[in-house]
Design a binder for this molecule. Structure first.
Ligand SMILES: [Zn+2]
Length: 364
């Protein structure tokens, strides 16, 4: 399974898909679905949905992950051809300087660029430890004039992402931009293949969602249409096994999949997820059955589109599951393929444990 996961992850990471511009990623996912003989559809927002019919008396499940990635939109092209951008999503400004980017014009027509960084030889002592804010950032494509940049297809509103790069670290570790959440996409493809081959189990809707990094609400549209009883969301879990995060939690890269017991974001968002107790038990019991370690996360500052999905209809029994990841929202996000693989096994087994008597109510 790791071989196919790795291939899917690399292909997905090579495919740009800024929020609102996920079409190329969607096309790749749908091609993988048709290779597996699975029918899929796309809703008006761009969410890719594949439904696996199951036992009608069991609660229905929506399992989802986001296809989009963070990046930038072109805001202005200067007369000398240098480009100014707006950030799209929670881009770390500390991690932007001197990175390579891709201006997404269309397949075969994309324009490479670099985020400029003042020559070190000319950097003054007070500039040395200063983060350059986005309005002062310039991107150079080498064209040298506004006319030449525009002739290459770049205009106001052009999506920009970090240049796709796959860094194979020792063991099963992979780094690069868009591990958040193409790693989730590769895993969900594998889960979908498992669902296609299963016998019995509940009805499951597999959703690859849009615009998570933008406003967290693409998946909401799919949930409104599908009206699931249960929602399982896949995304990164903040790995805290680096010296700078040692006091933030106990989530180890390579230590297996995790569940979130609490997520919250207050800055302008005011949302988060406290998972349904039946979903926590489901994943704890399934991990125990599989004799698989299950890591736990409780973090402020983390948020997924499940925050909105849980509020659909009469309420959806929800949980965030995920894979540990380091260096979030930078161009060197890092995951471990072994975590992805065990997360797939866990999710498939957990879904298989959802039967007609699964308890959706909260009274004891
Ligand atoms: Zn994400």
């Amino acid at each position: 399974m790791t071989g196919r996961l790795r291939t899917d992850l690399y292909d997905l990471m090579r495919t740009p898909g800024l929020s609102g511009h996920e079409e190329r990623v969607a096309r790749l996912i749908r091609a993988r679905f048709s290779d597996a003989g699975v029918e899929s559809r796309v809703d008006r927002m761009g969410n890719v949905i594949a439904s696996f019919e199951g036992e009608p008396e069991s609660p229905s499940v929506m399992i989802f992950t986001h296809m989009d990635q963070l990046g930038f939109f072109v805001r202005r092209i200067e007369a000398d051809g240098l480009i100014r951008v707006e950030r799209m999503g929670g881009v770390s400004e500390r991690a932007m300087a001197a990175q390579a980017v891709t201006l997404c014009i269309g397949e075969g027509r994309d324009v490479p660029g670099i985020i400029m960084n003042k020559a070190h030889h000319a950097t003054t002592p007070d500039e040395k430890y200063k983060v350059v804010p986005t309005p002062e950032i310039l991107i150079d494509t080498g064209h040298g004039s506004k006319q030449a940049v525009e002739a290459a297809g770049v205009k106001i509103g052009t999506p920009v992402v970090y240049q796709a790069r796959i860094i194979e670290l020792a063991g099963n570790r992979v780094a690069g931009p868009s591990v958040d959440d193409r790693a989730g996409c590769a895993a969900l493809l594998e889960i979908a293949r498992g669902l296609a081959a299963r016998d019995g189990g509940p009805t499951v809707h597999v959703v690859f969602s849009v615009q998570e990094e933008f406003n967290l609400r693409g998946a909401l549209v799919a949930a409104q249409a599908l009206q699931p009883d249960i929602a399982i969301q896949i995304d990164l879990m903040l790995a805290t096994d680096t010296p700078d995060l040692a006091d933030r939690g106990d989530m180890r890269l390579g230590g297996g999949p995790g569940i979130s017991l609490y997520s919250f974001h207050g800055r302008g968002t005011l949302n988060g997820v406290i998972p349904h107790p039946s979903m926590v038990s489901l994943f704890e019991d399934t991990a125990a059955e599989l004799d698989m370690p299950l890591q736990r996360s409780a973090q402020i500052g983390v948020l997924t589109d499940l925050s909105y999905v849980q509020l659909v209809g009469e309420g959806v029994a929800s949980i965030d599951i995920g894979f540990p990841m380091r260096h979030s929202h930078s161009a060197v996000e890092c995951c471990d393929l072994s975590d992805l693989q065990s997360m797939c096994e866990l999710a498939l087994a957990a879904i298989g444990n959802i039967g007609p008597d699964f308890k959706l109510t909260r009274e004891t």
